[in-house]
Structures are given as structure tokens and as C-alpha cells.
Design a protein around this ligand. Structure first.
Ligand SMILES: NC(=O)c1ccc[n+]([C@@H]2O[C@H](COP(=O)([O-])OP(=O)(O)OC[C@H]3O[C@@H](n4cnc5c(N)ncnc54)[C@H](OP(=O)(O)O)[C@@H]3O)[C@@H](O)[C@H]2O)c1
Length: 278
């Protein structure tokens, strides 16, 4: 386990590789032969619960070494308990993404530890209660823009040098269909996702000469805290699919063979696509 605290990375990483059971050993070898993200270093924001935690667990199954960001250490550790069933412990980074000045420190620490980043997943997001546009408080407006938009720009900017060091940089940002469907009373969230999409697609055009693949995934409604907020309660959200059901789209966009670029992948519509304006 590694914690990011006060601008320093404190390492306590330990890797357990011994198993007394040979069948487990054999299974591990077979699993490692079919892992689609083997030896890839992947950073996921909002990995402490919901969709980000599901993606983290799936990426671990696929052989990735993980860097997990969320605000709560205990929640990150719970995700890491599962991650460690498949491979090395994740690097846990308790980090409030609204602390925009810390992204460069994080990148510096990752450069020292790993020297590169193969996969970046900008997943963390916040929603606020449904409110008419002019009744939204400045505090709520800034919180949503900061987490859903500004933090992703700072993340992208800070991590680009590490992604350039990778053989095949893969960038995924999480959006919502609300980005292209004006929805009454959900103004700040919709504006933040629309701006995020424009940022990501603009960037995709700028890096098309690199071996990067830069895409957005719209996961659709999910049974998570945010899904419950959207639906107005956990009971209503119980009808929604679990986040584990959409992780295949993330693997597709993260693996070396990914050929999508500058697209919005709709994870629940049999993988394909909200047409790109580009
Ligand atoms: N659920 C849906 O129905 C749905 C539909 C369409 C799109 N999406 C998108 O999918 C993504 C994931 O949503 P979800 O449903 O998994 O939401 P969730 O269950 O509420 O989880 C949100 C994650 O973001 C993290 N986060 C929020 N603010 C943060 C901050 N300031 N600093 C660090 N981490 C922060 C949370 O960590 P903490 O533990 O620190 O709070 C948590 O890990 C979001 O971008 C969302 O917009 C969701």
C-alpha cells in the first residue's frame, strides 16, 4: 500500500507471490496468459466506490498495476483488498481532486516510482441536487465544475509527460448522455460533462499523431451512489445495472489494440457509439 500524504508519496508496497497450492499457481499462469492489460500501469480517479472501484477490480483481473485515487483511505483499502487477489497491491492516493495545485506533485511522485503511465481513467464525478439553473448556488456550481471538468484538465496536463513515456498511452474520461441532451434542473452537471467532452475531443485531435487513444465512455445509469442520487433513492436505483456490467468498455479502450479515438463509447448499448461530431 502506498499513500499520498501532504505532497509526499510514502511507500509501504509489499508483493506477495507465494502460494502453497499448485493448482492456484497453474490458474494464475493461465490467467496471466490471457490478461489484456498485463504489466500496464493504470491510474483511476474516483476509485473508492461505484464505477471507479468496479473498473479498478476489472483492470486488476486483467493484469494492470493500479494507482487509485479517491478521498477516503479506508474505502480505497477495501478496493485494494480485492485488487490483491489478482496481483500486486495498488498504489493508493487519498487525494481531493479539487486540490488542483497537487496534480504536479502527484505526477512527480509517479515519475519517480514508475517512469511512465499507460492508462489514465478520469472517472471521478459529482452530481448535485436537482435545481433550476438560476437557483444553483455558486458553491455548488464551482464544486461540480471543479471536480468534473477542471480536475480532469489538471490531471491531463500533469500526466501527459508520463503518458508520452508509455508505448501506447490510453486515456478514458467518463461522461454522461446528459452532455448532449439538455435536461431541466441538472444544469451544472450537464454543462460540466459537455465541456469535458469538448476538452477530450479537442485533445484527441491534437494528439492524433501519437500512439495515444483518447476516448470518453458514457456508462449509462448505474446502481451506485450517484445512480441513487439521480433516481431519488436507493430503492429506485436497484433497477439499474451494477457498475461491474460495463467494465468491458473500459478494457476495450485501455488495451493496446484499441482503435477508437476521439469517440464517445456508450457502454450499455452493446458498446457502440454516440456518434462523434468530429
Ligand atoms: N451512476 C450513474 O448512473 C452514472 C451515469 C452516467 C455517468 N456517470 C459518471 O460515472 C462516473 C462515476 O460515477 P459513480 O456512479 O461511480 O459515482 P459515485 O458512486 O458517487 O462515485 C464517485 C467517485 O468519485 C470520487 N470523487 C468525487 N469527488 C471527488 C473529489 N473531489 N476528489 C476525489 N475523488 C472524488 C468519489 O470518491 P470519494 O470516496 O472521495 O467520495 C467516488 O470514488 C462519474 O463521472 C459520473 O458522472 C454515472
Amino acid at each position: 500500500m502506498v499513500l499520498f500524504e501532504g505532497g509526499d508519496i510514502v511507500s509501504a508496497l509489499s508483493i506477495s507471490s507465494e502460494s502453497p497450492f499448485s493448482f492456484l499457481f497453474t490458474s494464475a499462469i493461465i490467467l496471466s496468459m490471457i490478461q489484456r492489460l498485463k504489466n500496464k500501469i493504470a491510474l483511476i480517479t474516483g476509485a473508492s466506490r461505484g464505477l471507479g472501484a468496479a473498473v479498478a477490480k476489472r483492470f486488476a483481473q486483467e493484469g494492470a498495476q493500479l494507482i487509485l485515487i479517491g478521498r477516503e483511505t479506508a474505502a480505497l483499502e477495501e478496493v485494494d483488498d480485492v485488487v490483491q487477489q489478482y496481483g500486486p497491491p495498488a498504489l493508493l492516493v487519498p487525494f481531493d481532486l479539487s486540490d488542483l495545485l497537487r496534480f504536479n506533485d502527484l505526477a512527480k511522485s509517479l515519475a519517480e516510482r514508475f517512469g511512465r503511465l499507460d492508462i489514465l481513467v478520469g472517472n471521478a464525478g459529482v452530481l448535485d441536487e436537482a435545481t433550476p439553473m438560476t437557483h444553483v448556488t455558486p458553491t455548488a456550481w464551482h464544486k461540480i465544475m471543479t471536480t468534473n471538468l477542471h480536475a480532469n484538465w489538471h490531471l491531463l496536463r500533469a500526466m501527459e509527460p508520463l503518458l508520452i513515456e508509455a508505448k501506447a498511452g490510453r486515456l478514458i474520461f467518463v461522461t454522461s448522455d446528459i452532455a448532449t441532451t439538455p435536461t431541466a434542473y441538472r444544469g451544472p452537471y450537464a454543462v460540466s460533462k459537455a465541456a469535458l467532452e469538448m476538452m477530450v475531443k479537442t485533445y484527441a485531435l491534437e494528439v492524433k499523431h501519437r500512439n495515444f487513444r483518447v476516448n470518453l465512455i458514457d456508462p449509462g445509469g448505474l446502481r451506485t451512489n450517484m445512480g441513487a442520487e439521480w433516481m431519488g433513492g436507493e430503492e429506485r436505483a436497484a433497477e439499474l445495472p451494477l457498475p461491474e456490467s460495463v467494465t468491458e468498455a473500459f478494457v476495450r479502450c485501455a488495451e493496446e489494440g484499441c482503435h477508437y479515438h476521439g469517440e464517445t463509447l456508450s457502454a450499455q448499448k452493446d458498446k457502440f457509439f454516440r456518434p462523434s461530431a468530429a
